[in-house]
Write a protein that binds this ligand. Sequence first.
Ligand code: PLP
Length: 392
Amino acid sequence: MSTRKPATIAVRTGIESDTQHHAVVPPIYLSTNYGFPAFGDVPQYDYTRSGNPNRGLLEQTLYELESGQGAVITNCGTSALNLWATAFLGPDDLIIAPHDCYGGSYRLFNTRAQKGDFKVLFVDQSDPQALAEALEKKPKLVLIETPSNPLVRVVDIEQVCQQAHAVDALVAVDNTFLTPVYQKPLELGADFVIHSTTKFINGHSDVIGGVIVTKTEQHADDLSWWGNCIGATGTPFDSYMTLRGLRTLSARMRVHEESATQILDYLTKHPSVGTIFHPSLPEHPGHQIALKQQSGFGSMLSFEFAGSFEQLKTFVGTLKLFSLAESLGGVESLICHPASMTHRAMGEIALAEAGVSQQLLRLSVGLEDVQDLISDLEQAFDVAVRVAVEEK
Ligand SMILES: *Cc1c(COP(=O)(O)O)cnc(C)c1O
């Protein structure tokens, strides 16, 4: 079993497991409760908050893909992060998170720390000095997010895990951007992998979900207990849908990345494009680490629009195949202006410090025909350039 490749694991999971009607694809169980076969005889599933066959199958598939020993499916990626913090942190405990982590993760840890639930430090983990100083404070948990959002900065998972383990901290990697197809944090030393399954794992922009995968069975048991205790677990329908999306993950990731490579090639040569951010580029900080720890570069990329802000707005508004929307990792291509969308809550100063300029645009390259995507970018750049001429 363990020698199966990711595509085989995802496609074959649960197939032909229905013993009642021999349905090839496992059916959905919406029932909230399950009968006890006999008095005092507790069944595998008794009540859906604590467990359900569809959720169980999705958990098993995800921990097999991540080479873990267990998993807990949650109702969103944010609740996976919250469950992790709740299970391991008390009021005197410290968590170290990346200074450029997902905005919702920042808000979650910051708000709960302000309430006194635990302590948090946001640190630039690519700065060894800053990381070492933070680790001297003996954190209980360390969160890594690599590549980061929106500048796709890369952090050395193996190195951070070694440093964190030396002070007995447990490490989780938010692996949302690359998925187990391109990055396996548990094999690099992490204790947990967290995903917003809302993104590439489900891949169709129609389910909100999350997961924590654990390296040990004990941690999975602890987190399942807490998941049931605080009611953070995912629903049967969402689990069914997510597994349906997950079955095509390997094929989707391959095309996402092939198309991103061609789009990068196009953008690199375009005069209206400034700095491009993608781990595949030799000049990108973290390129060497990406080569070491990733088996693919992924398809999330950002670039600075080299023109006026009016031109940028025209460019975005003229695109037909890139929807102006938040989120990422779906079959449909998206464009996002982080400063006014996903990262607007940070405020101008924090944005500047994080290196997120007003000219920055982020692309989630979807599965449309890549030539159509490039033609769309081309026509939008042309219209934007004409605006410049009229401005003069
Ligand atoms: C979206 C996202 C989250 C939060 O997940 P939700 O499912 O929206 O709650 C966490 N981390 C990263 C990297 C994300 O992109």
